[in-house]
Design a protein around this ligand. Sequence first.
Ligand code: COA
Length: 214
Amino acid sequence: MAASESTASTRVRAGGAVVRKARLQDAVNIFELVNSLSGDGTLLRRSYADICENVRDFAVAESESGIFLGCGALHLYGPHLAEVRSIVVKPEAKGQGAGGRILLALLEEAEEQGVASVCMFTRIPDYFFHFGFRLADRTTLPDKIYKDCQACPRLYACDEVAMVRGPLPRIAVLGPTRIAQPELVKLQVGHIAHLVEDESEGAGAIVPKGSTER
Ligand SMILES: CC(C)(COP(=O)(O)OP(=O)(O)OC[C@H]1O[C@@H](n2cnc3c(N)ncnc32)[C@H](O)[C@@H]1OP(=O)(O)O)[C@@H](O)C(=O)NCCC(=O)NCCS
């Protein structure tokens, strides 16, 4: 379904809010707003570093005078799936169409990227029904599970529903994370034998054996 075909287009009221791609300078506003609603589980907590690193995923809404009103992000798993996340509008800006505009901008971006399947996890499915999302079984979205759910403290007490817009993804690119082998350089035994402690270099200094022969 094209974003422009969404029934939501009729819900987005005319207003002054403008939606644009986020810039790094928006990261503090995004960080504060998203995390203001992470305590009660409405939104997934995001670190400032995470937001900076992924700031290009975000769209922000601002008033005509440039006041930050809200944000949302589109995470790309691959051509098979994208996810709307961290969508939120400041309390004083709610109900004026900013949330709808952000969502439509994210859906348009998915379309531009050629991604037909867009998912999200939410407590307020009623809002997203209007934008063409439908309820889905979360097991059909293993990428989301492996990306976020596995490490979430609410894994076994999750009160969010999974939603999808467009076809269900047929593939997944993420899987269980194995404990990685420590990425230490393995020293060759022969190499260690060539190292000796050189007291003249200071306590405990290890230098190649050849370099002590003066
Ligand atoms: C959800 C949210 C982003 C919507 O933003 P918004 O700018 O207020 O929404 P819009 O102005 O585009 O749309 C308003 C319409 O959505 C409806 N709506 C708002 N919240 C809703 C909800 N929780 N459930 C159902 N409908 C809802 C309003 O009743 C209104 O309908 P109307 O046009 O018929 O009056 C905003 O309410 C918000 O920030 N909520 C807290 C964060 C959150 O829950 N985010 C979603 C996490 S997945």
